[in-house]
Design a protein around this ligand. Structure first.
Ligand SMILES: [Zn+2]
Length: 186
């Protein structure tokens, strides 16, 4: 401060940091909401359809009975399968879309499941309520953060709306302010 006496007299641009924080909070808010909406949509989908991508080895990525899951196979497991078919099976994974409309009972527990089998299969699955809830919590926190940040046209010191005011000082608290960039004064 003592080294730079001139800086205290210049109007600090309103919300240079605040604008960036508001942008981050907004992106966070919409990302979290999108995750929640997508999870809810997938959950509804999984109530009616078993939908997944699958390879010739049995690797799977999809939704079923309220869960999103990923099953993958080990390289030795794949080699064994290829040998078992006398190398008729392509060695590179070929992903195909599968959809089954059989109604299956929805499952609720556990929230996250991981299992690795000695045969060379591993599966991880997550109840879609987990990303749904986490998205909602994240959106709530991002919204709270956003509400606490002053708007770009608000005085960061007292919250007075400086919208459209010419450059000068805040009429409420006297803090130096630049002009509103939305309605520049001529
Ligand atoms: Zn003010």
């Amino acid at each position: 401060m003592a080294g730079k006496p001139s800086t205290s007299r210049e109007p600090r641009p309103i919300g240079r940091g605040v604008v960036r924080q508001r942008r981050i909070a907004t992106v966070l808010l919409w990302t979290c909401l999108s995750i929640s909406v997508a999870s809810a949509a997938l959950w509804v989908t999984s109530a009616r359809w078993t939908a997944f991508w699958m390879t010739q080895f049995g690797d799977m990525l999809g939704v079923k009975a309220g869960y999103a899951g990923y099953l993958w196979t080990s390289a030795p497991f794949r080699r064994e399968l290829i040998e078992a078919t006398n190398r008729a099976m392509p060695s590179e994974p070929v992903w195909n879309w599968h959809c089954d409309t059989r109604r299956i009972p929805m499952e609720w527990w556990p929230p996250v499941f991981f299992s690795r089998h000695p045969t060379g299969l591993a599966i991880i699955s997550m109840h879609l309520g987990v990303p749904f809830g986490m998205g909602l919590i994240g959106a709530f926190l991002a919204r709270r953060w956003l509400r606490r940040l002053p708007r770009p046209d608000q005085c960061p010191a007292c919250g007075y709306f400086t919208h459209g005011l010419p450059a000068g000082v805040c009429p409420e608290c006297g803090r130096p302010i630049p002009p509103s960039d939305r309605f520049p004064q001529i």
